[in-house]
Design a protein. Structure first.
Length: 444
């Protein structure tokens, strides 16, 4: 049994990583509290679901733009310093959210602006934090470290909305934001305690696993170079590295073609009954699958053929989404008066399997990125990773939602899962090196 449980060796061998893991875990919980609170506040001010949805637009655009440029900053400057500055910006924005709530400003425009600044700071902070971890731990511990990160993220996504809703009901929006600000100090403290992490030269000791690959224009780029050209160099490097490129493409195939979250509200009304309660149960089942996979992630540290494991994890994701859609097709749009308990159990199991498959894929894809990328390019590629991880589900909600309007929710999920399988195995066929990717000899 201990060999199945999450490997906590990274927490034992590196005090810096241990502090960072605890700090980020606590801060992620607070961030989810704010996500719920700001959505509820916008709805209270506007009584418009569209206005709440517009929050996503204001968060998405800065994240995409700054996610790419923020990665270039991470590769140019001391990663600890970049993290501290971005963290202070995030902390200030959270305090501003609390202040506007306590002062009862009542401005939706102000909330949109604060969310945009918050997203921009996160777009710089996240690549910095993820590029820091390979400097704190050996490459062999990357899967274990990423499994631990995924565990805290899923716990935050499960508990944060519940805590946020309760705080809004109990003390109002100001207290919800204040709790986030308090919890975020854990992350700020952890980053402050890190040692200096200056840029590493493009060649020589410490350049990172995979730095011995054939040189490219990206690897010859001077460390002082920043700006658009630096971002483009990172993208060119990615375009010429089949294993890294495939790791991004398989995730985009899963998230754009077969991301089922947008279907859950309709499932609670048209298919299984229970309304918002059923929607919440489906979301919790998806997160629970990710938590369970993270808790039982011990074997992932012993997986060497990581490319093959990623492919099978994404295959499991697609099959789970197909099973979820097939259930909806079988039940039909009957608008039941009560909850169809049997159908809800099956749907929850399918989504739990999808969440678990996604967690395994995320752990291994992040490990490939961190170990196969030279250190002087990790920030830029982590920026691309942020754009893919955030942008893929957003585009997926748009695409799957459109299919649901053309057909039905059930057939949209089935078609999305089948399309994901087809594109996934097409990528494997076109990139056989990714299928053979071995963590013992990480090649980008």
């Amino acid at each position: 049994m201990p060999r199945l449980l999450a490997d906590v060796t990274p927490l034992r061998v590196s005090p810096d990583y241990r502090r960072l893991w605890w700090g980020l875990g606590v801060a992620n919980l607070g961030a989810q509290v704010t996500v719920v609170a700001v959505g509820l506040q916008v709805f209270r001010l506007t009584h418009s679901t569209l206005a709440v949805g517009t929050l996503g637009l204001f968060a998405f655009v800065p994240l995409v733009v700054l996610g790419l440029y923020g990665g270039a900053l991470v590769d140019r400057y001391d990663r600890r310093r970049v993290s501290i500055i971005a963290s202070l910006v995030l902390w200030t924005v959270t305090l501003a959210l609390a202040a506007q709530a306590w002062l009862d400003v009542g401005s939706v425009g102000l909330l949109y602006g604060l969310v945009a600044v918050q997203s921009a700071a996160y777009a710089v902070l996240n690549p910095a934090r993820m590029a820091i971890i390979p400097r704190l731990l050996p490459a062999a511990l990357m899967p274990s470290a990423n499994a631990l990160q995924t565990l805290t993220q899923n716990v935050a996504m499960t508990g944060g909305p519940l805590i946020g809703s309760a705080l809004v009901v109990w003390g109002g929006y100001g207290w919800a934001y204040a709790v986030d600000a308090l919890l975020f100090t854990a992350s700020l403290w952890a980053v402050w305690r890190l040692p200096a992490l200056p840029p590493v030269a493009a060649s020589g000791a410490g350049a990172g696993v995979g730095a011995g690959a054939a040189p490219s224009s990206a690897t010859r780029t001077p460390a002082r170079l920043t700006g658009l050209r630096s971002v483009l160099d990172g993208l060119r490097y990615l375009a010429t590295r089949p294993n890294l490129r495939a790791s991004f493409l398989v995730d985009l195939a899963a998230m754009i073609l077969a991301f089922p979250r947008v279907l859950w509200p309709a499932v609670g009304v048209l298919y299984l009954g229970g309304g918002e309660t059923t929607t919440g149960i489906l979301a919790a089942a998806f997160a629970a699958g990710g938590i369970l996979a993270s808790l039982l992630s011990g074997p992932l540290g012993r997986v060497h053929l990581q490319g093959r494991a990623i492919v099978w994890a994404v295959t499991g994701w697609a099959l789970s989404v197909i099973a979820f859609g097939a259930l909806l097709v079988a039940v039909g749009q009957e608008r039941p008066d009560g909850v169809l308990v049997g159908g809800l159990v099956v749907a929850g199991l399918a989504l739990a399997l999808a969440g678990g498959s996604d967690a395994i894929s995320a752990v291994l894809r992040q490990s490939v990125l961190q170990t196969a990328t030279p250190d002087h390019l990790r920030g830029r590629l982590q920026g691309v990773f942020v754009v893919v991880v955030v942008g893929g589900p957003r585009l997926g909600e748009l695409w799957v939602g459109a299919q649901a309007s053309w057909f039905t929710e059930g057939w949209a999920a089935v078609a999305g899962g089948l399309a994901c399988l087809a594109v996934l195995w097409l990528i494997v066929w076109r990139t056989p090196r990714f299928w053979r990717y071995d963590a013992r000899d990480p090649q980008p």
